[in-house]
Design a protein. Structure first.
Length: 160
């Protein structure tokens, strides 16, 4: 749970550049779109924070989830390191020449790392999901559905 919250905080800080106040020269999207992005981040954080309260894990579930995460510790650490390194390499290559072969190679590496992260998350999720009660699974799916709806609405708003 702490890792998910950390991810959301990082995501919020990263996307904060995209919906900064209009007076900032760092604004990537107009403020009208920024409010939608803020709502998505707020909703994600709310779901993460409320999950423990609304559908708490039993002591046995917590122990089992901890065991699963511990069994993947090396994979998680390696993935985080690879992601950091790929993001840094991409940023450096893009500073030099956004259209260069080096930038394209860095972007492909970043894509590979992102794919590997998604697969690792799916693998861990497949191990955790059977430990959850139907009510807990339903709560997670409901939260996911709400976030997907917000993302869809945001894309529609900006013409995506």
């Amino acid at each position: 749970m702490k890792r998910i919250l950390t991810f959301l905080v990082i995501a919020a800080s990263v996307t904060g550049i995209g919906f900064a106040a209009n007076s900032s020269s760092d604004t990537l999207l107009p403020e009208k779109h920024g409010s939608t992005l803020r709502e998505i981040v707020r909703t994600a954080v709310r779901h993460v924070l409320n999950f423990r309260k609304e559908t708490p894990l039993t002591a046995e579930q917590r122990a089992s989830v901890t065991k699963i995460l511990e069994s993947h510790r090396d994979e998680i650490r390696a993935q985080m390191t690879q992601g950091r390194d790929a993001r840094r390499a991409m940023a450096e290559a893009a500073k030099k020449d956004a259209n260069s072969a080096a930038t394209r190679a860095a972007a492909e590496k970043l894509g590979d790392v992102t794919r590997d992260r998604a697969l690792l998350i799916a693998k861990i999720g497949a191990e955790v999901r059977p430990l959850l009660t139907p009510e807990q699974q339903k709560h997670i799916e409901s939260a996911r559905g709400e976030l997907e709806s917000l993302v869809d609405a945001a894309l529609n708003q900006i013409g995506g």
